[in-house]
Design a protein around this ligand. Structure first.
Ligand SMILES: [Fe+2]
Length: 282
């Protein structure tokens, strides 16, 4: 039997009773989806998935979409991005830092991500976790005047971290090579977005890829985005989830901002990641 155990009042649930290497039936999949939309992220402990099994699980959520950084795709399946600080024969085996600032995965694309799935392969002892911020609660707590002001605004997004463009910094967005850079363009998304499944309103990607607002000069737009970002990443909306080997975590990109840890480069850390778009028609 599948059971759902909330991790904190603000975010997160642990799911027990499932082996993800086996195909899920419809009621199990629905239970996971309901838990994700309610709690923002779900964790399943002690899993051991092959690359193919991880991608099969991911396809249950929607359409896996390979990351623009194609340098570190898993050799058995390009839908998996390897996050790792391990070097072999002097070469990196994965992407070392992946979003060490608050952002939303794929908010720089037209087709935004439904969820991101990580499978911890080899992680050091805690603290090693991702910090998540609940953007539905952050939106709900805004003063009514601010809600009125932002309700129809459209944000201009581009790949990158608007608050750190220094390519030598570890909180810059992972640097693209010229071919990869050609694949990303300016896109637009509503500032307040209704959740595609629950209908709940949330601030969408106010940190990270948000560089401007349609119809507003850039200085005013950046000031507003930074004000919203500061509000939306307050400790009251955040929870940090630490990883253990075998963890599978799924987070809801329509509901959360997240920030990856600045990891200790001397301690091996490898995770697999798949990012999933909404199913067609959603
Ligand atoms: Fe991310």
């Amino acid at each position: 039997m599948v059971t759902v155990h909330p991790i904190s009042e603000i975010l997160g649930a642990r799911i027990e009773g499932l082996d993800l290497s086996e195909r899920l039936d419809a009621s199990q999949s629905q239970c996971l989806a309901d838990a994700l939309h309610r709690h923002g992220f779900i964790v399943l402990k002690n899993q051991s998935l092959t690359a193919a099994q991880m991608v099969t699980f991911a396809k249950g959520w929607g359409r896996p979409s390979p990351h623009v950084i194609d340098t570190f795709h898993h050799p058995e399946d390009a839908n998996i991005l390897i996050l790792s600080n391990v070097f072999k024969q002097g070469k990196p085996t994965g992407l070392v830092d992946a979003g060490t600032y608050f952002h939303t995965d794929y908010s720089y694309l037209d087709d935004v991500a439904r969820c991101t799935i990580l499978h911890a392969q080899d992680v050091p002892a805690a603290p090693n976790g991702t910090t998540f911020a609940n953007q539905a609660k952050a939106y709900a707590d805004l003063p009514s005047g601010m809600k009125e002001k932002i309700k129809h605004l459209v944000v201009k997004h581009h790949y990158g971290n608007r608050d750190d463009l220094n390519q030598q910094s570890r909180s810059v967005a992972s640097v693209l090579n010229p071919d990869q850079a050609k694949k990303v363009n300016w896109v637009r998304h509503p500032l307040v977005r209704k959740h595609p499944f629950s209908g709940q309103a949330a601030l969408y990607a106010v940190s990270g890829s948000a560089f401007g607002i349609e119809g507003m000069d850039d200085e005013e737009a950046l000031a507003l985005l930074r004000e919203l970002s500061a509000h939306a990443t307050q400790e009251a909306y955040c929870y940090t989830n630490n990883y253990e080997n075998g963890d599978v975590i799924v987070w809801d990109n329509a509901l959360l901002l997240h920030s990856a840890p600045l990891i200790d480069l001397t301690r091996p850390r490898t995770l697999w990641r798949v990012t999933v778009l909404n199913p067609l028609g959603v």
